[in-house]
Structures are given as structure tokens and as C-alpha cells.
Design a protein around this ligand. Structure first.
Ligand code: SF4
Length: 183
């Protein structure tokens, strides 16, 4: 059973690697499907790949990734045991926000990943992920909270890139990540 899901996940990731469903496929070097084990307790979903992720095909390996690693380590969450991906799987030009139609085109991939991985908690990193997976718009109000949407448990917090830029956000993220460990 696990093997079937493993094989299915690999198949989805192969499809993502060659996907041309939206305009983001044009400028990317590599699509970044994400990584992590089937049955991971936590699935982290960010906004989209940055330059380093685009070059390597790996999720969260740039500066924001280092900050995410730091937060995970501080809370004794093993990165190898969580699934990490993003709302759109391809780099947006100039690192702009992904557009609504790009998010809509990419969403079925992440929904499939969620179905196959079956995480207990889906951690949404930042506003783009929050708006893509929940009906909420005000992250300042809902960060640090677990919200059930369509029988799935979503925990909302900020994007690590934002935490790195703004000390006040960093402080909030540190508190939020403590809560993740206690979920
Ligand atoms: S962002 Fe998603 S939908 Fe668009 S090309 Fe990349 S994988 Fe396909």
C-alpha cells in the first residue's frame, strides 16, 4: 500500500518536472515538486521556488530555507521526516507573486501530494499558501492557529523569507513553530 503511494507520488513528481500547464514553465530551469516521506506528520507548503530552488530542483535550499531549517532544528523537528513543497512548483519571474491562474493550474498537484502523503497537519507558510488552501485572508489574525478546512488541519504562519526580513515577523514565527511541535 505504502509502495503504491510512493510510486504514485514519484509519478506526480515526474509530471510536475515536465509540466507546461501555466506560463511559469517558460522561464524555469527546474520545476520543484518538493520532497519528504509518505505518512509525514507535517507537510509544509510555501509560496514557490526561489532562484536557488529553481537551479537545484530542491525545495527550500536558499536563504529562506536556511531559516526554515533553523526553526525546525530549534524545535527538534527532523527535516527528513517532514514533507516540504510549495503552492506553485515553478519560479515566478523576478520572484513576483504567483498569479491566480498559475495557482489554480498548479493546485491539483499539491492536493494530490496531500492525499498521498496524508499529513496530520499542513503548515501553510505565508499569505499565498493561506489564500490558496483556506478561505482566510488575514494572516496577522490567524497565524499560530490550526484551522480545519474540508476535514484537513491547516496551521497558519508566515513565510520564512518574510521572517528573515522583518524582526517582528521573525519573533512571531518563532512562537508559531513552538506551537507546531506541540500540535
Ligand atoms: S507552476 Fe505548476 S502548473 Fe505551472 S508549469 Fe509549473 S508545475 Fe505546471
Amino acid at each position: 500500500m505504502f509502495m503504491d503511494r510512493e510510486a504514485e507520488l514519484k509519478k506526480i513528481h515526474r509530471l510536475i518536472k515536465k509540466c507546461t500547464k501555466c506560463r511559469l514553465s517558460k522561464a524555469r530551469s527546474n520545476a520543484v515538486p518538493g520532497e519528504g516521506p509518505i505518512g509525514a506528520r507535517y507537510m509544509f507548503i510555501g509560496q514557490g521556488p526561489g532562484k536557488k530552488e529553481d537551479l537545484t530542483g530542491q525545495p527550500f535550499v536558499g536563504k529562506a530555507g536556511k531559516f526554515l531549517d533553523e526553526l525546525l532544528k530549534k524545535n527538534r523537528i527532523d527535516r527528513k521526516k517532514v514533507f516540504i513543497t510549495s503552492t506553485v512548483k515553478c519560479l515566478a519571474p523576478e520572484n513576483r507573486l504567483p498569479k491566480k491562474d498559475e495557482i489554480t493550474a498548479c493546485l491539483p498537484y499539491t492536493l494530490r501530494q496531500i492525499k498521498l502523503v496524508e499529513p496530520k497537519f499542513i503548515i501553510l507558510l505565508g499569505r499565498v499558501a493561506m489564500k490558496a488552501f483556506t478561505p482566510f485572508k488575514d494572516l496577522d489574525k490567524y497565524h499560530g492557529k490550526t484551522i480545519k478546512v474540508a476535514k484537513k488541519a491547516y496551521f497558519l504562519t508566515y513565510h520564512p523569507a518574510s521572517g528573515m526580513r522583518f524582526p517582528a515577523v521573525k519573533k512571531k514565527m518563532k512562537k508559531d513553530f513552538k506551537k507546531i511541535k506541540e500540535l
